[in-house]
Design a protein around this ligand. Sequence first.
Ligand SMILES: Cc1cc2nc3c(=O)[nH]c(=O)nc-3n(C[C@H](O)[C@H](O)[C@H](O)COP(=O)(O)O)c2cc1C
Length: 344
Amino acid sequence: MYKLLIRPIFFLFDPEKIHHFTFSLVKFLSKIPGVPSIFRGMYQVNDKKLERNLFGLTFKNPVGLAAGFDKNAVLYNELADFGFGFVEIGTVTPKGQVGNPKKRLFRLKDDKGIINRMGFNNEGLEAAIEQLKKNKGKIIIGGNIGKNTNTAPENYTEDYVTCFKGLHPYVDYFVLNVSCPNVSSHAKLEDADYLKELITEVQKLNNAEAQQKPILLKIAPDLNNQQLDEIIELVAETKIDGVIASNTSVNRDGLKASKERLEEIGNGGLSGQPIKERSTKVIQYLADNSNKAFPIIGVGGIHSEKDALEKLKAGADLVQVYTGFIYEGPSLVKRINKAILAES
Ligand SMILES: Cc1cc2nc3c(=O)[nH]c(=O)nc-3n(C[C@H](O)[C@H](O)[C@H](O)COP(=O)(O)O)c2cc1C
């Protein structure tokens, strides 16, 4: 029904407008008595065999919603009814910011991809906290944190620290997003020495808390093998809890979209099917070359159960979807969970 009826209509409209419309629609529908249980009946697969225990958390199933969809933590309670095992909110920055000028979100229909240069548009930390106070406890929540666009390089760490402190009581795990291609001074966030400093600082705060929360690092799919070796070393040195591979890509190789169309769109991070293989290779490389020393959340171009199983076989412990959820609809989550069950 989604692909035949809903998607063709949604795809007639501007992607960002449809995103907001969908949020309002799901919010509205979820308030009608009986509707959430219909959603649960349609999309949830409840089976003990799907449970995963990772970094001290029990995930009901290994399929999550990736960061960037529920940036302001306004829909996670409702999204829990759609069969996810976890939802990652954010990227949250200390202060609210509008992000890049519109238009900044583009569909590449023939490639089943998206290019976005949203630029961390979000309502900011305080607004996210207000929303997270409404948590009904239905699902594991990840807090994906970043820095404000206009923060000076010497204050990057402070931004992450502010978000970490603020969200600590409200999320189950943290993600340090250091791999968004749409933020300025990206280079510093790729520097292994700086990352070590950042992780150590956040871990210090974590250790001072009564209850420690798992901290993960989200990396780009465009890192070369030497950079991936540095990530493996970094995880070993800092003992950070895991890695999310991967964010969106700046690479445009092999796309069906014309050169003119890509030029017209301009900069941004590519997601969806075109980045599937590269993300899987990153996961495989990290798993093989670390001897599977740390948990990996696999994300990038999962549009089918087969794509998800590939990521798990490559070494991912959990998976996340974003672009596939837009192209394939909510039944994708159920199909993946069923396929994982069939394999178990
Ligand atoms: C419109 C859009 C916005 C995104 N915003 C964020 C973000 O704020 N923080 C983040 O860590 N990742 C963000 N991502 C990246 C996704 O979380 C994911 O890592 C990436 O899209 C690859 O997965 P996919 O191919 O399933 O979409 C965004 C992706 C899209 C398409």
